[in-house]
Design a protein around this ligand. Structure first.
Ligand SMILES: Cc1cc2nc3c(=O)[nH]c(=O)nc-3n(C[C@H](O)[C@H](O)[C@H](O)COP(=O)(O)OP(=O)(O)OC[C@H]3O[C@@H](n4cnc5c(N)ncnc54)[C@H](O)[C@@H]3O)c2cc1C
Length: 339
């Protein structure tokens, strides 16, 4: 039987499994079904592999529910601190004895450090930042076919590697986690023996008080500022931030707004920013460039406010409002009595 490994990521503060791992497990489980449909001989199972000093039973159960047939913990207290080469070497040791045909990595800061190290050592390719992974039939063979944006997202490229294991990184929120698979599965602990120490030592951790990240992972409502909000007084980005605050929404922005230094990079949504899957996404003066759409298209309801009735964003919107977005912001602030 063939195998898809999902490289599992934990929150090292409490060893809880990060959401992106569940998303990849659900996708991996769906891939096993896809392969069978294309060819009943193509039988795959899914394995979630974590490096950790421990993993609580409830977390392991959630992994089965999300789509894991088997959970593996490569166990050592050294994993309480993230050292990329230690994590890499431990995984490689495990993988040498327990190889798989496919490895899915999260395209998180940690995953982006580890995936290229692992694939370089395995002398195989890595398709990074995929927005889709599927099996397709090629010359009557079932092949793993990840897709990613290319040429500044003007094109989507499906890239079929020549060599196994076939590896891809996938960003958080690209796929949806579903917790409906099963309650139990196989579990093993693997004790690594020969991994090398990292040459980097963690001396101390300092909390970044500037809070350089904006967490969009659980954002329900997102208000996104586009360049259409810019004017000589430059007051509407702050006004939209204010509106986001009082409505308990998340403020976001396009890259153009960030590139012009109108708001900080942490707010950027899109191919080179964060991905959101909000219940409601409202775009204020956003044109709808494909690189931006990549980061918000999975939102449930999309409302766009734009003065140009032919704006590209309207193609992706459930509701279109052809209006001056600044006036809409003023009206909403007046409604909440804070203008
Ligand atoms: C490699 C690469 C990566 C990129 N990554 C990203 C990314 O991650 N995220 C991202 O967002 N972009 C990204 N971009 C940039 C992207 O191509 C666009 O340039 C950008 O998204 C445009 O931002 P915008 O919609 O705010 O501005 P514009 O394209 O200038 O659009 C402004 C819109 O506002 C409308 N407007 C003007 N005045 C008003 C008003 N008063 N009321 C209402 N509407 C008004 C206009 O009709 C227009 O549609 C990337 C580009 C490249 C090449």
């Amino acid at each position: 039987m063939k195998k898809i490994i999902v490289y599992g990521e934990l929150n090292l503060k409490n060893n809880e499994i990060e959401d992106v791992t569940f998303e990849l497990l659900t996708k991996a489980q769906k891939l096993t079904q896809e392969a069978l449909k294309l060819n009943p001989e193509e039988k795959y199972y899914t394995e979630a592999v974590f490096s950790a000093s421990y993993l609580l039973e409830d977390e392991i159960k959630k992994a089965y529910k999300a789509g894991a047939d088997k959970v593996v913990v490569i166990k050592d207290s050294v994993f309480d601190t993230f050292y990329s080469t230690v994590y890499t070497n431990a995984f490689l040791e495990y993988f040498e004895k327990n190889p798989s045909d496919i490895i899915l990595f999260p395209a998180t800061p940690k995953g982006r450090l580890i995936a290229p190290r692992i694939t370089a050592q395995l002398n195989t390719g890595l398709v990074a930042d995929c927005t889709e992974v599927e099996f397709i039939l090629k010359n009557n063979n079932v092949v793993f076919a990840p897709t990613r944006p290319t040429f500044g997202s003007e094109l989507m490229a499906t890239i079929i590697s020549k060599k196994a294991p076939y590896c891809a990184t996938i960003r958080p929120s690209v796929f949806k986690a579903e917790f409906s698979y099963k309650d139990n599965g196989e579990f093993i602990e693997y004790i690594p023996t020969s991994y090398h120490e990292d040459r980097i030592r963690l001396v101390r951790s300092i909390l970044n008080k500037d809070n350089n990240t904006s967490d969009f992972s659980n954002a329900k409502v997102v208000l996104c500022a586009g360049y259409g909000l810019y004017d000589s007084k430059n007051e509407y980005f702050d006004k939209l931030k204010k509106l986001a605050k009082i409505t308990n929404s998340k403020f976001a922005a396009t890259r153009k707004v960030v590139d012009y230094n109108l708001v900080e990079q942490k707010y950027q949504i899109g191919q080179t920013g964060s991905t959101v899957e909000a219940k409601l996404y409202i775009a204020f003066g956003v044109s709808g460039a494909i690189q931006h759409i990549q980061g918000m298209k999975n939102s449930k309801t999309i409302i766009a406010i734009n003065t140009d009735e032919n704006a590209e964003i309207f193609k992706y919107s459930d509701y279109k409002i052809i209006a001056d977005a600044k006036k809409v912001i003023d009206d909403l602030l007046n409604y909440f009595d804070i203008n």
